[in-house]
Write a protein that binds this ligand. Structure first.
Ligand code: NAD
Length: 428
């Protein structure tokens, strides 16, 4: 997405287009185009040098017809009310398409986390909750980590909420460390979920997974577990991955026609998802430019790094062999590229379906917290598989019935499901 695009206007335009296709009633449209609630507040923080500084917090609850709102808290300098509104609206659709009993929310503070010391970060996290605690909760709104926030911060936030509420309330927030009430399987959830949807797409398209190949953009959390799932669960080959070289400030790709070993690559990748180039060369892998992943002659492309990567300018580089594009990242395909892919009949698994494994396991985390009973890792992943597979089937059925592109079908499933919940509750 280009920087000049207002994310909320884009989210509203996407919604308007599908509302039109569905012939949605004007009142429902009016309600869903805007968040139901927004909270904005000052957060005074005592800095390490003794001075006071004020930060500005925001929390948006877009729609809670299907259940408590859910979505991350971002600490990022470019956060604005409109980016938070857009992200909250997209969370409503993501939870609805995955059929989780949750609505959509999002929060943020415009700040660069790295500019704060650890104790200042803790004060900011606790201050955020002190301002908001009456408006969140396991049955109201359940935050989670996002850009610039971490599992450790979620623990501080949960602790502050529990102190104010007067009782231990781990289910108020997800993405906590496993020892602090987190769920097993959360780390691998998004990437494995991507692979579950790819497996279902292959069944639909009659592709033999064991003979299939993939190229992946990125090698961070989502990309690593997509690569592992693709090779270990589907028995396919990942022939190319790419990542960002923080020293050179440029992207590069690593490839091998016979297939890469994702576990080895993981062992030579740092915390930020950058692969050690020298060790990759020593292992006999080839280094190519940052765009090389996009033009590989493979069956599946998995953009799993950033938004706005497949564009009107580079969509032509995609090989004719590519049958499936699985959007592991949020918003990796621009509207112009989308038009071309749609025209050429590439099977697209849209982001808010493809990467819903993360929020699904976050939902399981809050369920386990509420039960105070924790499931083994395999149980978490099996439940996630059932949920993702069903979500995929629902969207595919809609696409076939309405003769629409998978992205439009996913929006239709999500919007219809939210509207139905609103009707059942007597809101419409
Ligand atoms: P991450 O920070 O762990 O990894 C990002 C990766 O992208 C790194 O390997 C980095 O080197 C690489 N990268 C950065 N710039 C690049 C470039 N120009 N070319 C190639 N590679 C580049 O992030 P993540 O958690 O894996 O998230 C990736 C995407 O998936 C984001 O869009 C995120 O919003 C989305 N997502 C993540 C989750 C989750 O659970 N982590 C859930 C849903 C969606």
């Amino acid at each position: 997405m280009a920087k000049s695009v207002n994310a909320f206007e884009m989210a509203q335009a996407q919604f308007d287009a599908v509302a039109e296709m569905l012939g949605l009633d004007p009142f429902a449209r009016g309600v869903l185009r805007w968040p139901m609630r927004e909270y904005r507040f000052q957060i005074p923080v005592r800095m390490d040098d003794g001075s006071m500084r004020v930060f500005f917090g925001i929390r948006v609850q877009h729609n809670d017809a299907r259940g408590p709102t859910k979505g991350g808290i971002r600490f990022h300098p470019s956060e604005t009310p409109d980016t938070v509104r857009a992200l909250a609206m997209w969370m409503t659709w993501k939870c609805a398409v995955a059929d989780l009993p949750l609505g959509g929310g999002k929060g943020g503070v415009p700040v660069a986390t790295a500019s704060l010391t650890l104790s200042e970060q803790e004060e900011l996290c606790r201050g955020y909750i002190r301002q908001l605690w009456r408006n969140i909760g396991p049955y109201q709104d359940i935050p989670a980590p996002d850009v610039g926030t971490s599992p450790r911060m979620m623990s501080w936030m949960m602790d502050e909420y529990s102190r104010l509420a007067g009782h231990f309330t781990p289910g108020v927030i997800t993405g906590k460390p496993i020892k602090g009430g987190g769920s097993r399987g959360r780390t691998e959830a998004t990437g494995y979920g991507v692979v579950f949807t790819v497996r279902e797409a292959m069944k639909h398209l009659n592709i033999d997974p064991e003979k299939s190949t993939a190229a992946i953009q990125g090698f961070g959390n989502v990309a690593q577990y997509s690569a592992l799932g693709f090779t270990e669960m589907l028995k396919g080959k990942v022939v190319c991955v790419s990542c960002w070289d923080r020293g050179e400030q440029a992207a590069f790709s690593i490839s091998h026609p016979a297939g890469l070993d994702p576990r080895f690559l993981q062992s030579i990748t740092d915390h930020y998802g950058s692969i050690d180039k020298d060790k990759a060369i020593q292992a006999g892998y080839q280094i190519e430019d940052g765009d090389a992943w996009l033009s590989k002659d493979v069956d599946v492309l998995i953009p799993a790094a950033l938004e706005g990567q497949i564009t009107g300018e580079n969509v032509g580089q995609i090989s004719e062999r590519v049958r499936i594009i699985a959007e592991g990242a949020n918003g990796p395909t621009t509207p112009a590229a989308d038009e071309t892919l749609k025209r050429e009949g590439v099977f697209l698994i849209p982001d808010f379906l493809c990467n819903a494994g993360g929020v699904t396991v976050s939902y399981f985390e809050s369920v386990q917290n509420q039960m105070n009973y924790y499931w083994p890792r395999q149980e978490v992943l099996d439940r996630m598989d059932i949920s993702m597979t069903q979500a995929f089937k629902n969207v595919l059925k809609m696409a076939e019935r309405q003769q629409v592109y998978m992205r439009e079908a996913a929006y239709m499933v999500a919007i219809q499901s939210v509207v139905e919940a609103m009707e059942l509750r007597g809101w419409l």
